[in-house]
Design a protein around this ligand. Structure first.
Ligand code: ATP
Ligand code: MG
Length: 467
């Protein structure tokens, strides 16, 4: 930002650092995946699966690209209980913006009168009596006219793309139905070039859809979104603070990057907290320097925020006599994957279990009881922490523990040095190691007296011997 822009632009903190929503102002483009995505979006009939770790920036990447290229889209969300019919209904409801409200969208479109009439016809059936009770729950019934083919036509007419978020969460048989619809959309591209489905899923789930149907193999591209690199995280921090006209030290920036653990959502959260605690709610007219000492508060706040989920796992693990050492090794070695021996040798001798016991324990850490926190990779025979969020939590938790330990030590030292003494201190002088109190001076006098006596004796002896 140049000086004039800085003076005349006011950015709100909530728009700059966005831990839970798509980053726009601080968006950092990742060149390779960005241009891959653009290419795949352009090819008619090409369906896309975007997958990667939660918080890795899948939604942010896609949404920024779609608005950059001016592509209309609707989005639907999956839960474990979502049925395919629910998805169809969600998608139909989303079309409301285009077919009824005609609100401004990424690109212009025109709808034929017949299709609009069809949409309105189905819409009136959906909203009227098309619900039925299933136990306690009321279920919306899909009117027979609302087929996946019809949906593809509704979308095609307005050059719209369909985003299905978290497709991996739905049950297996519903996934099969999503795969069937993808095939319908591949065909629809012959009539409508821009219509397509983009599925977003968790890391390691891309093949789940493709394996359901061999015909999909060449028509679906899988786009892996890795976690952000340290440099990319660094750029988010720089961009954000620059937008707020706030300067930070390199040391603080380094800490933010380290504790973010390559997760942009944590970067946004820490930066947000840092600003919030320093009462920065919008860009500063005059540049402000952020103090380093607010960092611990931000880390503390992140750990507290995750206390329900991660603290519970952490506390259960450290109950085991060598559990803490296992966790510490994952944090300490700065490596993603650890061998069995690397973990074993870091456990102190007196606490080290037998190989068999440790193997069982590590297996247990990969079970649902421990939220599958440790993952074992059979091909490399190495262990890793499965969630980057837990790893980030671990870094922060252990750093806070260390800080607390240091503070306790410092307190103890001060106590030993009588810093907290409430005794009359008129005659007490304390330096780092020696206490100049009454007892010290009595002893000092005794020694001095003895030395003077000795010296007098020596002088006397010398004088006698000279005579
Ligand atoms: N390239 C980026 N530049 C700046 N901020 C980013 C970037 N990518 C992601 N973020 C930030 O990180 C957070 C997480 O990103 P996003 O929601 O896109 O991840 P996701 O992979 O879709 O996660 P989930 O699987 O949980 O939906 C967002 O709040 C966003 O602000
Ligand atoms: Mg997302």
């Amino acid at each position: 930002m140049n000086v004039l822009e800085k003076i005349f632009t006011t950015n709100q903190l909530t728009e700059v650092f966005t831990p839970n929503t798509v980053a726009k102002l601080t968006y950092v483009k990742r060149q390779t995946i960005d241009s891959d995505l653009e290419k795949y979006l352009q090819i008619p009939g090409n369906q896309i699966i975007i997958y990667g770790h939660s918080g890795g920036g899948k939604t942010t990447l896609l949404r920024n690209k779609l608005s950059e290229i001016g592509q209309n889209y609707i989005k639907t969300h999956c839960e474990s209980t979502t049925t395919f019919n629910d998805l169809l209904m969600q998608a139909f409801d989303e079309l409301n913006i285009f077919y009824i409200q005609e609100r401004s969208t990424n690109s212009q479109y025109s709808i034929s009168t017949e299709l609009k009439a069809e949409y309105l016809g189905i819409s009136s059936k959906v909203t009227s009596n098309y619900t039925e009770m299933q136990g306690e729950k009321s279920i919306r019934i899909i009117p027979p006219q609302l087929t996946p083919q019809k949906l593809a036509q509704f979308l095609g007419e307005i050059n719209c793309l369909w985003i299905i978020e978290d497709f991996h969460k739905v049950a297996e048989h519903e996934k099969k139905r999503i795969a069937d619809v993808i095939k319908i959309f591949i065909d629809a591209a012959n009539d409508y070039k821009k219509v397509k489905i983009v599925c977003i899923g968790a890391v390691g789930t891309a093949r789940e859809l493709i394996e359901l149907d061999n015909n999909l193999n060449n028509r679906i591209v899988e786009l892996f979104v890795p976690l952000l690199t340290d440099d990319e995280i660094d750029s988010i921090v720089v961009k954000g603070f620059d937008l707020l006209n706030v300067s930070i030290t390199d040391d603080l920036k380094g800490k933010i990057v380290y504790y973010s653990n390559n997760l942009a959502s944590i970067t946004h959260q820490i930066c947000y907290d840092l600003c919030f605690h320093s009462r920065i709610q919008k860009s500063k007219f005059l540049s402000k320097r952020l103090r380093n000492n607010t960092f611990k508060d931000a880390v503390n706040s992140y750990v507290r925020k995750n206390s329900d989920t991660f603290t519970k796992i952490y506390d259960t693990i450290i109950c085991q006599r060598y559990g803490w050492h296992v966790l510490k090794t994952f944090e300490h070695l700065e490596k993603e994957h650890l061998s069995f021996d690397e973990i074993k040798t870091k456990i102190p001798n007196q606490k080290r279990p037998s190989d068999e016991e440790l193997l069982n324990y590590l297996e247990q850490l990969g079970s649902p009881e421990y939220k599958e926190i440790v993952r074992y990779d059979r091909s490399s025979m190495k262990y890793s922490i499965s969630s980057p969020f837990f790893k980030a939590f671990l870094k922060m938790k252990l750093a806070l523990e260390k800080a607390e330990k240091n503070e306790t030590m410092a307190r103890k030292k001060k106590k030993m040095n009588n810093k907290y003494s409430i005794a009359d201190s008129t005659y007490t002088l304390v330096t780092s190691n020696v206490i100049f109190d009454e007892a010290f001076f009595i002893q000092y006098n005794d020694i001095l007296e003895t030395m003077l006596n000795e010296e007098t004796k020596v002088h006397r002896t010398l004088r006698i011997s000279k005579m």
